[in-house]
Design a protein around this ligand. Structure first.
Ligand SMILES: Cc1cc2nc3c(=O)[nH]c(=O)nc-3n(C[C@H](O)[C@H](O)[C@H](O)COP(=O)(O)OP(=O)(O)OC[C@H]3O[C@@H](n4cnc5c(N)ncnc54)[C@H](O)[C@@H]3O)c2cc1C
Length: 401
């Protein structure tokens, strides 16, 4: 495997690293203490600079104004942007829009592309993905109560969703709803585009997550769909193909998430090492002199490097062998990287002592918000079971001595 980074990518990554350091990290104290919606003008200024540098929407297609980097290239960009919670948003490649953009590209009609995809890639609007339900297990989403029933030229949607990330302020939601209850388990649901100003789209609340409800892009909503009527033309892809399309959304999305988490690891690691070097714990003694801290530094460095190589390998597998063939690798990185991130952020916070618990560094934000990484996009346990089943199958009929 070739680990060299092309000259083009070295230049791009250098520019992004510098931008994150000079323009985004200095914004974080304000971001941590001010509602993010009141910072939108400031965010727009930064986005303008990104566009001027021609670094906007690195993973999206050129015809829509993106850079069209391939998966491996965008993985490296995602790592760099992950060093600040503002990175992906300011560069126009944030979840859940990035995933919605992918599926609108692949499955959207020309009219849907003009109306929703173009302004979404442009950063003029935002969107959310509304699948998980309050009363049913997100880990087994084929259990779904939300229905979309045909009535004339429309679908009428009823159901209760939650954790529709970034719904607050979104222009539209892509909603998973049962349209074909008589079909096989995986062919019952469809994806339907629902503009958020449709009567019957009721944003009940932004859910407090680890004590913070957030707002705007940085929030997760509970939504009640009550006789929410949209034209049948808002169906995305074929009827009953909701889960087929959802699968398409997952592979590359996991690479983006995991590399963003590696970026978080890198940031937390930098802060940990710097603090250990600076903190005086006794006259003439620094924290970094303690073997237990040295052991944490070494362990975290090893864990980050191993996790990073696993993600790059999974990205390489997707690009060179295929998404389907890379399913084991994609599941492996999901739980490995989420756990490495949790460990590294926790160790960094511990090294900072009381300071780590405050919002005077970014660590407490990461600690609060990134715990969810072990739950969304498939909980650890679900991925472990899936990996184990694949491995057990690989061993079927194998003679091992
Ligand atoms: C911050 C955040 C953002 C999210 N964003 C979105 C979004 O934008 N759109 C959206 O639709 N959803 C979103 N989700 C929802 C997410 O996809 C679900 O929370 C996830 O799928 C788990 O579903 P659940 O919460 O219903 O837990 P459950 O399915 O009830 O599972 C609970 C726990 O049970 C265990 N478990 C589950 N199944 C198994 C199994 N087969 N074997 C062993 N153990 C098992 C796991 O430990 C799991 O954590 C988000 C969630 C969070 C926390």
């Amino acid at each position: 495997m070739d680990f060299s980074v092309s000259e083009k990518m070295q230049t791009i990554l250098g520019m992004i690293d510098e931008f994150v350091d000079k323009e985004l990290i200095p914004l974080e104290p304000e971001f941590l203490t001010t509602p993010s919606t009141s910072l939108l003008p400031l965010f727009e200024e930064k986005r303008k600079l990104v566009r001027q540098m021609e670094l906007w929407a690195p993973n999206h297609r050129k015809e829509y104004g993106g850079m069209e980097l391939n998966l491996m290239e965008h993985a490296l960009v995602s790592e760099s942007l992950g060093r600040s919670p503002l990175g992906h948003y300011i560069f126009g490649c944030q979840a859940p829009d990035a995933g919605n953009i992918e599926i609108l590209h692949q499955f959207g009609s020309e009219a849907q592309k003009e109306k929703y995809l173009r302004p979404l890639v442009d950063g003029k609007i935002r969107s959310c993905f509304s699948m998980t339900e309050v009363e049913l297990p997100g880990s087994n989403p084929v259990m779904m109560d939300t229905t979309a029933v045909k009535d004339g030229d429309d679908y009428v949607i009823n159901g209760q969703k939650w954790y529709s990330s970034s719904a607050d302020g979104s222009e539209f939601a892509i909603v998973m709803a049962v349209t074909n209850p008589e079909a096989g388990r995986y062919m019952q649901a469809s994806m339907i585009i629902v503009p958020t100003d449709t009567p019957g789209f009721n944003l009940v609340r932004n859910i407090p997550v680890m004590g913070h409800a957030g707002e705007g892009y940085f929030s997760h909503a509970e939504i009640l769909y009550q006789n929410c009527r949209v034209p049948q033309a808002n169906l995305l892809g074929a009827e009953g193909h909701g889960f087929v399309i959802a699968q398409e959304r997952l592979g590359p999305g996991r690479i983006h998430h995991c590399m963003r988490w590696i970026g978080i690891c890198n940031r937390a690691f930098d802060l940990m090492v710097a603090r250990a070097r600076d903190r005086i714990i006794a006259p003439d003694r620094k924290l970094a002199g303690k073997q237990i801290i040295q052991s944490w530094i070494a362990e975290c460095a090893a864990d980050i490097q191993a996790a990073r190589l696993m993600v790059l390998h999974a990205a390489w597998m997707i690009e060179n062998v295929g998404k389907k063939e890379a399913r084991k690798e994609i599941s492996l990185i999901k739980f490995v990287v989420a756990n490495v991130m949790q460990k590294v952020v926790d160790r960094a916070l511990q090294v900072h002592g009381g300071l780590g618990m405050t919002d005077d560094t970014i660590l407490a934000f990461y600690y609060r918000h990134e715990r969810a990484a072990r739950i969304y996009d498939g909980a650890d346990e679900v991925h472990k079971i899936s990996v184990a089943k694949r491995i057990l199958k690989e061993y079927e009929g194998k003679r091992v001595r």
